[in-house]
Write a protein that binds this ligand. Structure first.
Ligand SMILES: [Zn+2]
Length: 378
């Protein structure tokens, strides 16, 4: 897909739109200031829990720790562009973790497009750390920058040549060829609009953007935020216990939680993000036991029907205008994995669904999830 319009020297974007925040456009600047303030509060809260709350230095330590935690999330363990394992670099304004080779291409684009920093060698400002955290990591950024990746497009891999990488990275970030057009921001500032922010005043929404008939493109209708909360009474795969982790699959996308060692009742409370295509199928969940010496053992699976949530959400198209209420329900039955009926609710302007799933094809185990739905087409 070719991008028309002015050359995009500017930057982007925009999990804000996904979050559908209620902040009005004219309040954007104010909101951005608030984000920083909110981050500080969160960092303070975090430091507080670690009982290390104190002077400014400890606050910075707290932020560095947050960045480290973000890096350790499963989707950030691979380069956002080529998938190489263990990325040691990041683009602080784009909000992705990248490998050395892709980092060198990023650097060639200029800092107005990508500000490359080493995770180990460079000094990060509080602002840069805040920005990375707000973007939310690789899967979140890729859900935006690769939203319109043509079907069958082959991304570079860890073995790809410099030229192959350069072509992809330029298309992805400089030309923004795979970006949903409605998310482009024509701001002259070379800063991002972070994840949690509202629609920017620069977002150009035009009539043509509702035309979604680009042939060969995967059209995403929303982002599904899956909070994997906990597992209960999981199956034993090692001698007396297991090292469980959860894998989610939706279409060709895959996301997984961290491994929790030696625990049959693990608590993850980990959020995984998936882009939901127009012809979404069921969300597949699998639990595995991580094995250091051999292939990981399966500890059961379950399927989640997304139709009730998405249909209900579409029927109530403007949830932030509504008070908290129930808008739908997925009923427990003998041929689904639900432990009990699962209601779909509007909570604080967001569409949410809590689920308790009985793992199938295994002797025991339950998984609790919370789904949150962000529509991309209003
Ligand atoms: Zn890479």
């Amino acid at each position: 897909m070719n991008v028309s319009g002015p050359p995009p020297q500017h930057f982007i974007v925009a999990r804000g739109v996904l979050h559908g925040l209620q902040v009005k456009q004219e309040a954007l600047q104010h909101k951005q200031m608030n984000i920083v303030a909110e981050m500080d509060i969160r960092v303070l809260a975090c430091s507080d829990r670690d009982s290390s709350l104190g002077d400014g230095d400890e606050l910075i330590t707290g932020q560095g720790k947050k960045l480290k935690e973000l890096l350790l999330k499963s989707d950030n363990r691979n380069c956002a562009d080529c998938g190489a394992v263990d990325p040691k670099w990041a683009s602080a304004n784009i909000g992705v973790f990248i490998c050395l080779k892709c980092g060198s291409v990023h650097r060639s684009l200029g800092t107005h497009i990508s500000k490359v920093l080493s995770l180990t060698l460079d000094a990060w400002s509080d602002e840069e750390i805040d920005a990375m955290i707000e973007i939310g990591g690789n899967s979140c950024a890729n859900a935006i920058y690769e939203a319109f990746l043509p079907e069958g497009y082959s991304k570079p891999n860890s073995e790809s040549s410099y030229e192959e990488r350069a072509q992809f990275i330029r298309s992805k970030y400089q030309l923004q060829e795979f970006l949903k057009p409605s998310l482009r921001i024509s701001s002259s500032k070379s800063t991002l609009t972070p994840c949690g922010s509202a629609n920017s005043d620069g977002i150009s929404r035009t009539e043509s953007l509702t035309n979604t008939s680009d042939a060969g493109m995967i059209e995403f209708i929303g982002i599904l935020n899956v909070k994997v909360k906990k597992g209960t009474n999981l199956a034993i795969r090692d001698i007396r216990t297991s090292d469980p982790y959860v894998v989610l699959t939706l279409g060709q996308q895959r996301a997984q939680t961290t491994v929790i060692k030696s625990n049959l009742n693990p608590v993850w409370n980990e959020e995984l993000k998936l882009s939901v295509p127009q012809d979404f199928g069921t969300l597949k969940l699998q639990v595995y036991d991580h094995d250091y010496l051999s292939a990981d053992d399966i500890m059961g699976d379950a399927e989640v029907d997304l139709q009730p949530m998405i249909t209900s959400a579409m029927a109530f198209s403007d949830p932030d205008l509504l008070t908290d209420m129930q808008i739908g329900k997925w009923l427990q039955s003998h041929d689904n994995a639900l432990m009990r009926d699962s209601t779909i609710n509007i909570v604080d302007g967001k569409v949410k669904q809590e689920l308790s799933l009985k793992l199938q094809n295994v002797e025991s185990g339950e998984i609790d999830l919370e789904l949150e739905w962000f529509p991309l087409i209003q």
